[in-house]
Design a protein around this ligand. Structure first.
Ligand SMILES: [Mn+2]
Length: 278
């Protein structure tokens, strides 16, 4: 879907990837276009996609499969993460943006700037209805690669005491020091969900994203980070989002495939499975 960012392109990601030989166990497409009155663009449609994605991810976890979710704009993370709201899970958000806007603070009213706040219980009621409680607690969350925060997002992150590792910090402290901090964060939890927004990478290396922000990560950094994470901690699920084939020159596709290779290498070793009581 692309309705969460309202920019053409990410809705074509799965079709494009299938043409390029990537197979999907399940494909969740927007089914209805509903324009809603209270300001969030396509809120109803996005909630519907997320609800179906949540069930699909739950099914995969029940079958002891590893859910790798490829999108689509970042609002889909409300569905992928809602599939498993256990408090013993770390959430690693690799992104240029904070994605902690609320319907009140968002200037654009685009849902892809809101998923993390929604998962914490601050958001549109239709989004909150997707998410089982307990909502995410601030201490579960770590953001990485951040360089584009709206003023209300800075306030939100600081008020909740959410740790975010900025690009400036990565440049100053060095990549490995920051990767170690991520590893140490994730080690404190039983398992980790990685939400990897391709716009965390510098658009010079990864142009195929809808909302590029300059001065970003070198592609080797998130690949190295994800590789080390899979070697060190239990990863229970992962998103790769915001791939926009219209704007890509092939480089973003290559990064996406490289990321999938890392996941595929490790996925046989994944021991995590969701125990759902029903
Ligand atoms: Mn994002």
């Amino acid at each position: 879907m692309n309705q969460g960012c309202d920019i053409e392109g990410t809705q074509l990601a799965t079709a494009f990837l299938k043409q390029n030989g990537i197979e999907f166990a399940d494909e969740i497409l927007p089914q209805k276009k509903l324009f809603t009155a209270n300001g969030i663009k396509h809120g109803e449609l996005i909630a519907d996609v997320c609800n179906r994605l949540k069930e699909s991810v739950k099914d995969a976890l029940r079958k002891r499969e590893f859910p790798l979710i490829i999108g689509g704009d970042h609002s889909l993370a409300m569905g992928s993460i809602a599939a498993n709201m256990r408090p013993d899970r770390a959430i690693l958000w690799i992104d240029a943006h904070g994605d902690v806007n609320t319907p009140q603070t968002s200037v654009t009213k685009r849902a892809h700037g809101m998923p993390l706040a929604s998962l914490m219980g601050y958001g549109d009621q239709r989004f909150l209805d997707i998410i089982d409680q307990p909502y995410l607690r601030p201490e579960q969350i770590l953001l990485f690669g951040i360089r584009s925060l709206d003023d209300p997002e800075v306030i939100f992150l600081d008020q909740h005491g959410i740790r975010y590792i900025t690009m400036t910090e990565i440049t100053e402290k060095g990549e490995q020091v920051c990767i170690e901090e991520v590893l140490n964060h994730c080690k404190r939890f039983a398992h980790t969900h990685i939400s990897f927004d391709l716009d965390s990478i510098d658009p010079a290396y990864c142009p195929g994203v809808s909302t590029p922000v300059s001065r970003g990560l070198h592609p080797s950094t998130p690949l190295n980070l994800i590789d080390q994470l899979f070697k060190t901690v239990s990863i229970s699920s992962m998103d790769i989002v915001e791939f926009n084939p219209i704007l890509d020159n092939g480089d973003s596709m290559t990064i996406l495939k490289e990321t999938m290779k890392i996941v595929n290498r490790k996925v046989g070793e994944v021991t995590y499975a969701l125990n759902i009581e029903e």
